[in-house]
Design a protein around this ligand. Structure first.
Ligand SMILES: [Zn+2]
Length: 313
């Protein structure tokens, strides 16, 4: 049995103030979820190998999908939710996430409860996936202003999804959960926190595990299909109680350097643009990226009636 040392926590994880039940007082924006976050464990050994603590399958995630999730997550102070479409190969134990499909949340679930998929929206999205030649291989949701670690309820939901997706012949459960944290003020840079995870049941406990994944392609491709996904995210949230005013302040600085805040204040619109740029080929295709931002601006005007960026700015 290997005795790998535990991985070093990232600087973000180290500096991040912990909020636990019975710990600090709740803060503005805390929900029943944010007070009940769980600690992710690390898989050990080779991916797909037999053995209790190996990651059960390899995961590849398209940056197109990450961009759509991240965009969706920036739009509401309530948690947003969607499904991940892709493929799974039982023989090679390869799960590939090719696209993210924004869904509506169930009526009545708001910022104070954990988010659930609206069944009607789910049916529509699964049809779209089938048209694209994909199957559902996971789900995502946002933690608008708190850490992208799963709550106990998230772990329960993930366990149920995994059981539903289970392949009876192999015992594999090809279903990955993703959490996007866009507006946590402790983020080291304007890039959002992105977490992929699965759960394992151990001694009646449901334990969350970090999923290691490769990015392919590593930068999002600007295509009509990508734009369509962003449009559906905006359209779904037209009447949303948590719909955000993108002109308001995100935080009074840009990034942390050696633990100290630096750089000018950022509006939410600027935070969104910086986050999107972290997924886009800004080095190789600056003109296409700039055109893409104009397309997004026009989409905000069309669906929400306001521009993302002040035209006089
Ligand atoms: Zn959650």
């Amino acid at each position: 049995r290997s005795t790998n040392p535990p991985p070093q926590p990232t600087e973000y994880a180290l500096n991040r103030p912990r909020r636990t039940l019975g710990g600090q007082k709740s803060q503005l924006g805390d929900t029943t979820e944010s007070l009940d976050l769980t600690d992710l464990q690390e898989f050990m050994g080779p991916i797909g190998a037999e053995g209790g603590r190996c990651q059960p399958f390899a995961v590849t995630i398209s940056e197109d999908a990450v961009l759509v999730m991240d965009f969706h997550a920036h739009l509401s102070s309530c948690e947003v939710i969607g499904l991940l479409g892709g493929t799974f190969d039982t023989n090679t134990k390869q799960l590939v996430v090719k696209g993210a499909y924004p869904c509506r949340r169930t009526a009545g679930s708001d910022s104070t409860t954990s988010v659930e998929l609206d069944p009607a929206s789910q049916v529509i999205v699964k049809d779209e996936m089938a048209t694209d030649g994909l199957i559902p291989v996971g789900w995502y949701h946002s933690h608008p202003i708190f850490e992208a670690r799963p709550s106990a309820k998230d772990n329960e939901n993930q366990r149920n999804y995994q059981a539903f997706a289970a392949d009876k012949s192999t015992g594999l459960e090809p279903w990955v959960g993703m959490i996007i944290g866009p507006y946590d003020e402790q983020l080291p840079t304007p890039a959002s926190h992105v977490q992929a995870w699965v759960v394992r049941s151990q001694n009646k406990n449901v334990i969350p595990y970090n999923i290691r994944y490769q990015k392919d392609p590593p930068k999002a491709r600007i295509t009509p299909a990508l734009v369509k996904r962003l449009e559906s995210a905006l359209e779904n949230l037209v009447g949303d109680p948590g719909r955000l005013n993108m002109q308001q302040l995100w935080r009074p600085f840009t990034f942390y350097r050696q633990g100290l805040p630096e750089g000018p204040a950022m509006k939410r619109s600027e935070k969104l643009r910086a986050a999107l740029n972290s997924h886009l080929p800004i080095q190789d295709q600056p003109d296409a990226v700039s055109q893409f931002h104009q397309t997004i601006d026009a989409m905000f005007l069309k669906y929400w009636g306001t521009r993302l960026f002040d035209s006089n700015a």
